[in-house]
Design a protein around this ligand. Structure first.
Ligand SMILES: *Cc1c(COP(=O)(O)O)cnc(C)c1O
Length: 382
């Protein structure tokens, strides 16, 4: 139905097919091809990371990070409960325990003021999630990590080209993971990247990336044959996906500028509803440069979210919610633990609604969504 505003449509930058054809003509279809090299170089240049490894997803990048971080049975990793399952799974797969800490009410990010109290002798790492591409309070988190000798593994799945005090997300902790999933800002179907910012993890990262072999040293001419030297898996991204991704990275600034424009239009258009305390809009702290990944609103306490989303649906607007907090999900209860009650997570995750936001969304459609939200929240005024 042309009348319905979808929640998301994949971004197309224009030259994806051309570059995929070129990749096929190059006869290099597996990982580490010329397009992959270009994408990795772009990521290194734009984030300032030591080394970027393209991966089949952000999920696998996080798994690689957990492995490189030496997380194992008995270790604990501090993270928010308000996140996607992949943040926790990566560590659970290594036998480690996610410890869920509450979020800040303003950004919905890990509350740095509560992190230190959750540190124990078993804590190995902190895994902050930059929700909606808005940075966590990284100075405070890095300081706690330094004092307790913990790794910081950033889940920057949503954070491409966002920054914290001019530092790109994913390149602040020792390790950072980015997503190029179809639903993110810059996409290649399924894809991701691991940013390795810590020099001492680099050599092992090359090995883990290549199925536990020293293949990368072999190609650099440092050894005369390659063999199995450590644990690892198959983490490179296929060259067809890298070709698609290159078409997107070339246009990344334009794509993100448009998303931010849409984000700002929502923000202005919904200001009156916040002034009347019918909703709360997102908060972007000083020093956080965001990438327009998500526009969400928080309904009033006690509001019936299903009814709100259904009413928008009747006006042809597809809105969605997330996340079911990990600490209250079946696997979260089995494999993790909450560091005490998480009242902010419990409260806000039940009131959050995401509005349609994708690159091709037109101004008139954004206006229609804003109008629909007004009609649902104040039916008498329209
Ligand atoms: C999307 C997302 C992931 C997973 O990314 P994939 O590339 O789909 O594996 C992980 N964490 C967060 C916070 C995400 O938003």
């Amino acid at each position: 139905m042309s009348d319905v505003v979808p929640f998301n449509l994949p971004t197309l930058a224009g030259r994806e097919l051309e570059y995929i054809r070129e990749a096929i003509a190059n006869s290099h279809l597996s990982g580490n091809g010329p397009f992959a090299a270009r994408c990795a170089e772009w990521l290194m240049r734009r984030t300032g990371t030591r080394k970027a490894f393209l991966t089949p997803s952000c999920t696998t990048a996080l798994e690689m990070a957990a492995l490189l971080g030496g997380c194992g049975p008995g270790d604990e990793v501090i993270m928010p409960s308000f996140t996607f399952s992949s943040t926790a799974n990566a560590f659970v797969l290594r036998g480690a325990t996610p410890v869920f800490v509450d979020i800040r009410a303003d950004t919905l990010n890990l509350d740095e003021r509560q992190v230190e109290a959750a540190v124990t002798a078993r804590t190995k790492a902190i895994a902050p999630v930059h929700y909606a591409g808005v940075s966590c309070e990284m100075d405070a988190l890095m300081d706690i990590a330094r004092r307790h000798r913990l790794l910081v593994i950033e889940d920057a799945a949503q954070g491409i080209l966002s920054s914290y005090r001019s530092r790109p997300l994913g390149a602040i902790g020792q390790l950072g993971a980015i997503s190029f999933h179809e639903t993110k800002n810059i996409i290649c179907g399924e894809g991701g990247a691991l940013l390795v910012n810590e020099e001492s993890l680099l050599e092992r990262a090359e090995i883990v990336y290549e199925k536990g072999t020293d293949r990368s040293r072999f190609f650099q001419g440092l050894v005369d044959k390659y063999s199995w030297v450590d644990v690892g898996s198959s983490y490179p991204l296929s060259e067809m996906n890298a070709a698609f991704l290159w078409a997107q990275l070339e246009r990344a600034d334009t794509i993100i500028a448009r998303r931010r424009e849409i984000w700002e239009t929502y923000h202005r258009g919904l200001a009156d509803l916040e002034a009347r305390e019918l909703i709360r809009r997102p908060v972007i702290p000083d020093g956080c440069e965001q990438n327009g990944h998500i526009y969400y609103l928080l309904l009033r306490p006690g509001a019936r979210r299903e009814d709100f989303i259904a009413a928008l649906g009747r006006l042809g607007v597809r809105a969605v919610f997330h996340y079911v907090p990990l600490h209250s999900s079946a696997a979260g209860r089995r494999y993790g633990r909450a560091d005490g009650p998480l009242p902010v997570t419990d409260d806000l995750s039940e009131r959050l609604v995401r509005l349609p936001l994708w690159h091709g969304l037109e101004d008139a459609t954004v206006a229609r969504v804003i109008e629909a939200v007004h009609r649902v929240l104040q039916p008498s005024a329209t």
